[in-house]
Design a protein around this ligand. Structure first.
Ligand code: PLP
Length: 375
């Protein structure tokens, strides 16, 4: 059995050991319900408060602007439906055609209820520019939602500038920052966003935990009705261990952000220079302002699915598109949106390197690709 080489960090990440250790007490000994008034509930209650403060500090928010959720999908659903459906008047939403399905399908749900949605087409390099947004936004736009970093091609969007245009037009702004938080600097005030989605398992935290930043003063419908948790907006007993793990993982990633970025960028350049000198014919998708470590590569005329399975046989995990799409052999909506030709789109794979990868991993990935393309 070959050694596992995990190069699909945009799908999910390995848990930070310190985050796991921080979770343990809340699964075994400190299992009290944080909403109860007795002494045994004090530690979980305090842990939730501390986690909220830690997470808020990592993204420049106030603790009361952080709402715990079950992950990125829930945060996106809540932000988009919870803000727009608040209005009986059917105001419009503007989003991009290459968002994650958590955003796109939430927008479809709005459309089914009669709320219009416009889907902006990104540039061929994979960006929504200010000029593109200006073509779509109108005085009827209530919400603009553009992802901070694309999960398939890694392009980082000019959110600060887009947000300014949205606000000039009287629209609120949400960003799906699931791929960005914990990997590149994110400050909600600097960006100017009204809502921001994040997910713990993308930044070395546990699965099943995430958060939605909601700017103080912004009105949004409750996600679930019941108890008074999450300031009365998301009822349900809190996932204390998951939330604690999420906070520790995020803090650790943010504290080591520059170091991790440098390290992952070095691995990425190594892979690119190996490929460049190999004679393998490939195209790198997306412009140059990208997430560190994420490579969307097209091998013209090849079959991305077949490459994935060949690499899998040697113990290497990569992806052809977004993880949620892995059963779908259709060309991904992201590659379609950037108008990649079919020949390149069908031969596309995503390699996403993370802080736990090594130079040996990169060499093994390159060696396996060399075998596939027999150069
Ligand atoms: N948004 C983006 C950009 C993603 O990449 C993902 C996951 O792949 C999600 C949302 C959904 O996040 P979760 O898996 O936490 O539901």
């Amino acid at each position: 059995m070959s050694k596992l080489i995990y190069a699909d960090n945009a799908a999910t990440t390995q848990m930070d050991v310190a985050a796991f250790e921080a979770m343990k007490p809340f699964l075994i000994n400190e299992y009290g319900n944080a909403s109860q008034p007795y002494a045994f509930a004090r530690k979980p209650k305090k842990a939730l408060q501390d986690a909220r403060e830690m997470i808020a500090a990592c993204i420049g928010a106030a603790p009361e602007e952080i709402f715990f959720t079950s992950g990125g999908t829930e945060s996106d659903n809540w932000a988009i439906k919870g803000s727009t459906l608040l209005n009986a008047h059917k105001y419009a939403t503007v989003t991009s055609a290459f968002e994650h399905h958590a955003v796109l399908h939430s927008c479809k749900a709005l459309e089914q209820r009669g709320y219009p949605v416009a889907y902006m087409r990104p540039s061929r390099e994979g960006y929504i520019t200010v000029e593109i947004l200006k073509e779509y936004i109108t005085s009827q736009t209530y919400l603009t939602s553009v992802m901070l970093a694309n999960n398939e091609i890694g392009t980082v969007q000019p959110i600060k500038e887009l947000c300014a245009v949205a606000h000039e037009n009287g629209s609120f702004f949400h960003t799906d920052a699931v791929q960005a938080v914990g990997h590149i600097p994110v400050d909600v005030h600097d960006l100017g966003v009204d809502m921001l989605s994040a997910s713990a398992h993308k930044f070395n935290g546990p699965k099943g935990a995430g958060f939605l930043y909601i700017r103080g003063g912004l009105k949004i419908m409750s996600y679930s009705d019941g108890g008074a948790q999450e300031f009365g907006l998301r009822a349900g007993t809190e996932n204390v261990a998951g939330i604690v793990g999420m906070a520790v993982a995020l803090k650790n990633n943010c504290d080591a952000l520059e170091e991790n970025t440098r390290y992952v960028a070095r691995l990425e350049s190594k892979l690119v220079s190996l490929l460049e000198s190999s004679g393998i014919k490939y195209v790198r998708n997306g412009g140059t302002n990208r997430l560190p470590g994420l490579l969307s590569l097209s091998f013209p005329g090849a079959d991305g699915e077949a490459i994935l399975h060949r690499l899998d046989l040697t113990g290497i995990c990569i992806s052809t598109g977004s993880a949620c799409n892995s059963k779908n052999t259709e060309v991904s909506h992201v590659l379609r949106a950037i108008k990649l030709n079919d020949n390149c789109a069908k031969g596309a794979i995503r390699i996403s390197l993370g802080k736990n990868n090594t130079e040996e991993d990169v060499e093994a990935i390159f060696a396996a690709l060399t075998k596939i393309f027999r150069v």
